[in-house]
Design a protein around this ligand. Structure first.
Ligand SMILES: Nc1nc2c(ncn2[C@@H]2O[C@H](COP(=O)(O)OP(=O)(O)O)[C@@H](O)[C@H]2O)c(=O)[nH]1
Ligand SMILES: [Mg+2]
Length: 371
């Protein structure tokens, strides 16, 4: 395994870019520009000060076709997760977050919408019974159920079974992603024990109740690291249009250019939409996110740096070399997506070939996921 350094701050970093003049678009972590293309700014703010779209829970007909539904007991951490990812809120600032009273929508790339469903203090199954069954319909709908690992597990799981029963009655194959949240400060051993305990309880009950457990996945999460982003990446990839084509071209990019790993990343949220089929190392993903954040900070400090204008579709490249043995090449795909290529410095390669392949792959991705 490579030593990825763990954090961008832990190594000496060399950043080079071929940024050209032009304005517009918010600057992201590479210094490249992007815009919230699909973001509906209602002018309203959530309790967390978000620019996300706030909608009533009634009238479900306006839901996006590709959607992720965040549900769970109040205070399990749903809104915190989403405001950290989509609004860049610092994890500690979520301590003062108020209860969510209306459904909040967070637009992502590729037409995917993430919905944060409200909870009520006096929690009961009837709250979820008020939600129309149609929210669970559709082959591009995925459910995320957030469980507070430090809370009342029994109550949380029984509410979850009730939601799963309803969801599977209208959509038998709906993916069910269980985020076991607030695992910060726990040892790896304890985290594994908690996951195993919850996993075996859930599987036992689902079998007993004849619920379909083929599409259930478990994730350990905390807002204090990149685990939520990684979990959300694994959830949304099942909703990305033509995912298998994307994976095929990323595999070919990796093998032809001797890359260790490539991520197709949403620069706004740092959620990846696709990656090659080699297993994803969480440490590597964490390293990538930290590096992007560090570049963002550096670019903010460099007043003279001019991000590329939206109208320019040419390849924008940024190279980051970490002290040690890893280099990241970042190729802009469009105003919100980029290809992040991780390479080991000890493997000899021709940069011109990588550049050529990078531009071809970026073009192919643009065709699959038009803006
Ligand atoms: N320790 C810890 N606290 C968290 C985490 N996620 C959320 N919280 C806290 O949980 C509380 C409730 O969060 P909130 O997002 O409002 O929960 P929601 O009702 O499910 O939307 C807030 O005080 C958050 O700071 C986590 O991963 N770890
Ligand atoms: Mg909430």
């Amino acid at each position: 395994m490579h030593n990825y350094g763990g954090s961008a701050g832990s190594g000496r970093m060399v950043v080079s870019g071929n940024g050209r003049g032009g304005g517009g678009g918010r600057r992201n972590s590479t210094g490249l520009s992007y815009t919230h293309d699909g973001l509906v700014d209602t002018g309203l703010t959530t309790e967390a000060g978000s620019a996300a779209d706030i909608t009533q829970s009634k009238g479900e007909e306006d839901l996006a076709e590709r959607r992720v539904l965040f549900m769970g007991m109040p205070r399990s951490g749903k809104t915190s997760m989403l405001t950290v990812i989509f609004d860049g809120m610092l994890p500690y600032d979520t301590l003062g977050i108020l209860p969510t009273v209306q459904r909040i929508s967070y637009p992502m790339v590729a037409g995917i919408m993430v919905y944060d469903f409200p909870g009520v203090d006096d929690y009961s199954e009837t709250q979820f019974n008020n939600i129309s069954d149609s929210v669970y319909e559709g082959e591009h709908t995925s459910l995320v159920y957030v469980v507070d690992s430090q809370g009342d597990l029994q109550a949380s799981l029984s509410t979850m079974y009730s939601i799963i029963r309803t969801a599977q009655s209208v959509n038998a194959d709906i993916p069910i992603n269980i985020f076991i949240n607030k695992v910060d400060g726990l040892s790896d051993e304890l985290k594994q024990d908690i996951q195993q305990d919850i996993q075996s309880r859930v599987m036992k009950t689902m079998t007993y109740e004849s619920l379909n457990s083929s599409f259930v996945q478990f994730f350990l999460t905390t807002i204090y690291d990149e685990s939520v982003r990684e979990a959300l990446s694994r959830v949304v990839r099942r909703l990305v249009p033509r995912y298998s084509s994307l994976e095929t071209i990323l595999n070919s990019f990796c093998s032809k250019s001797s890359l260790d790993k490539v991520f197709l990343i949403d620069m706004n949220t740092k959620v990846y939409l696709a990656t090659d089929s080699t297993p994803t190392d969480s440490l590597l993903y964490m390293f990538t996110c930290h590096t992007l954040e560090a570049i963002e900070e550096i670019m903010t400090m460099c007043n003279g740096y001019a991000p590329m204008g939206e109208e320019e579709t040419g390849l924008q490249k940024t190279v980051v070399a970490m002290e040690g043995n890893t280099k990241i090449y970042i190729y802009q795909v469009n105003s919100y997506l980029a290809l992040l290529c991780l390479v080991s410095l000890h493997i000899p390669r021709h940069d011109s070939l990588l550049e050529f392949n990078g531009s071809k792959i970026a073009k192919a991705v643009r065709k699959i996921l038009p803006s």
